[in-house]
Design a binder for this molecule. Sequence first.
Ligand code: DX5
Ligand code: ZN
Length: 224
Amino acid sequence: MNRPRARIAPSILSADFARLADEIARCDAGGADVIHIDVMDGCFVPNLTFGAKVIETVRRLTALPLDVHLMVVQPEKYFEDFARAGASGLTIHAEVAPHLHRQLYRIKELGCLAGAALNPSTPLEMVSEVAGDLDLLLVMTVNPGFGGQSFIGAMLDKIRRAKAMLEAARSGAALEVDGGVARDTIGDCWRAGADTFVAGNAIFSAHDPVQEIAELRGRCGVSV
Ligand code: DX5
Ligand code: ZN
């Protein structure tokens, strides 16, 4: 069966912010499909990053879609600001979304793609009832909070089950993986059924980020 080509989503968490415009230009030149923006609140995860101002800045630097990953409690507090700042998609963690169905539809109402994310220890069942409502399902392959962590191999089976769950729900949602995605892990994730790959350290620490995007994509075959 033919599959659409792998989508590569550089995470600017690992970018050099003193040269942000150049870093984003490299993503464009490398053929990245989307820019991944990690918003952390120091509460849901033990780290603080950025908010609407940075989303707005990146929006002015590229025409690529902005995939905003909210690692925050009470994510709904930020939906309007982030949509206005230019987010294309908002992905919220199921662990802090007791009204996930309503929150997903609020994101869609604001004109953004609606995603749900799961920490490594969170079962897929947390999103099974809304599988048909998702535009994106994010399976975390590290515990969120920091770039440059090691890929958790046990998540490959979860990716396979996530793919089966989306197919059973006839969902067209993207299946994204995030954390430790690099040359040695991306192929396994692709074969397990993931189609969208967040990579921070692998791209921005590479000698040539433009080339690295192609290297990563090259490890994903065109068919299963
Ligand atoms: C982790 C973030 C990731 C992070 C991935 O908490 O959600 O998006 O930037 O970084 P790497 O690719 O370096 O593991
Ligand atoms: Zn992320």
